[in-house]
Design a protein around this ligand. Structure first.
Ligand code: FAD
Length: 373
């Protein structure tokens, strides 16, 4: 069972509830829709301070699906499972390990499966790795007005209707509440080793990062991390048959070491209790333009660049963040302010107008009374 700590938020909320069953969740949504009262959905709440806050005049009820935390079905032969959205990623990983299976996504401990897919920030961490959209086969959900529905399927090969589960990824709790998720799994790799390069200047670090991206067996996770002043390290995890990993290590001059947990994606320094200073930008750049991104950083600006081009940048102040956002557009890249005060979170590089229209139309169709904020 999940611990019952209340999610911590930095915006006003009217109340905080944690329905113990799908029926109870449906009732909560129906009551709120009938009373025109807004709701903010959440899981464990780890992202609530890193996603856009509700508008200043809205104090929603926080509705957490963390108590809906059952593993409902596991089919090891079919490499699929079905879970409730509040199941913690760590608990799912433990259950799957018994069958030598895994959900290939960044390990994120006490956070929930529903939150992982709805936050939609899990880009593949290396070339060829699966993204969140590929891992979600289908779902059951509830609209803001309390109406239940199903989308997609439990199995890998299916042509079952409109793929509403695809728009769940990245919907940030604004389209509907997921109540059951059908997931595609992968076998656990035969062997796993970590690696970490010496700290070096941007050019050699980028050469190493590119060479590893092109490796015959690219790393399962690959990160370049550091700042122009202190230099950069390239670290990650190789997964696969031991003899292949030995060969990749030899070819790239890597010293194998124990695989370590993925470093904090928010780029917070690893000091308990230390406040995040400045702001954090999250984005994605074409790997071919990653060198320009690094060249544009000020000496003390830290970056974490994933193997597929996802990045986080720690900036010192809002003015600098805005400057970087403008410049990122010139690189044909995208970014969003993820960690900042509530009035600044969610500011981003211009979105594609057609995608914007589609998002507005979907919201209007699925949540016409604007219950989900
Ligand atoms: C140590 C650590 C490392 C991490 N590393 C990475 C990383 O490398 N890359 C990365 O991309 N992410 C990373 N994350 C983020 C994290 O994996 C996910 O975003 C996380 O799983 C969110 O779970 P949560 O339960 O805290 O979600 P919450 O913060 O509660 O919610 C996240 C979003 O999902 C929505 N939501 C939650 N449940 C539902 C539901 N049932 N129906 C509809 N909407 C819902 C909420 O409205 C919100 O918009 C990391 C997190 C941690 C703690």
């Amino acid at each position: 069972m999940n611990p019952t700590t209340e999610p911590s938020v930095d915006f006003p909320v009217a109340a905080s509830v944690r329905p113990e069953s799908t029926d109870a969740l449906v009732d909560v949504l129906r009551e709120h829709a009938a009373g025109a009262r807004p709701v903010r959905l959440c899981g464990a709440g780890s992202q609530l301070r890193a996603l856009p806050a509700p508008s200043a005049d809205t104090a929603p009820t926080l509705v957490s699906s963390a108590a809906l935390d059952r593993l409902l079905r596991l089919d090891p032969d079919d490499l699929t499972c079905s879970v409730e959205p509040g199941l913690r990623l760590a608990d799912l990983a433990t259950a799957l390990r018994e069958h030598r299976l895994c959900l290939p996504c960044p390990p994120a401990g006490a956070t929930t499966v529903g939150g992982l897919f709805a936050a939609g920030r899990s880009l593949p961490e290396a070339p060829g790795a699966l993204g969140a959209r590929h891992l979600l086969l289908g779902l059951s959900g509830v609209l803001g007005e309390g109406l239940r529905f199903k989308s997609g399927a439990r199995v890998v090969k299916s042509v079952a209707g409109f793929d509403l589960q695809k728009v769940f990824v990245g919907s940030r709790g604004r389209l509907f509440a997921a109540t059951e998720l059908h997931l595609k799994l992968r076998p656990l790799p035969a062997a796993v080793v970590g690696f970490e390069s010496p700290r070096e200047a941007a050019d050699p670090a980028l050469r190493r990062w590119r060479a590893l991206r092109r490796a015959s067996q690219p790393p399962a996770s690959l990160h370049l991390e550091g700042d122009p002043c202190q230099g950069f390290v390239v670290r990650g995890v190789l997964a696969g048959p031991q003899r292949v990993l030995d060969r990749v290590c030899r070819e790239h001059g890597l010293e194998p070491k124990a695989a370590e947990p993925t470093p904090a994606w928010t780029l917070d320094r690893d000091v308990p209790g230390e406040q995040v200073r400045g702001e954090r930008l999250l984005g994605a750049v074409r790997p071919s333009r990653a060198d320009e991104l690094l060249q544009g950083l000020s000496p003390d600006e830290r970056i974490r660049l994933d193997g597929a081009g996802g990045f986080a940048i720690a900036t010192a102040n809002p003015g600098r963040t805005d400057q970087l956002l403008q410049w990122i557009v010139e690189l044909d890249a995208v970014a969003e302010i993820a960690i900042a005060s509530t009035d600044r979170r969610g500011r981003c590089t211009p979105t594609d107008p057609t995608a914007g229209l589609l998002e507005t139309a979907l919201r209007k169709a699925l949540d016409p009374h604007q219950v989900l904020r």
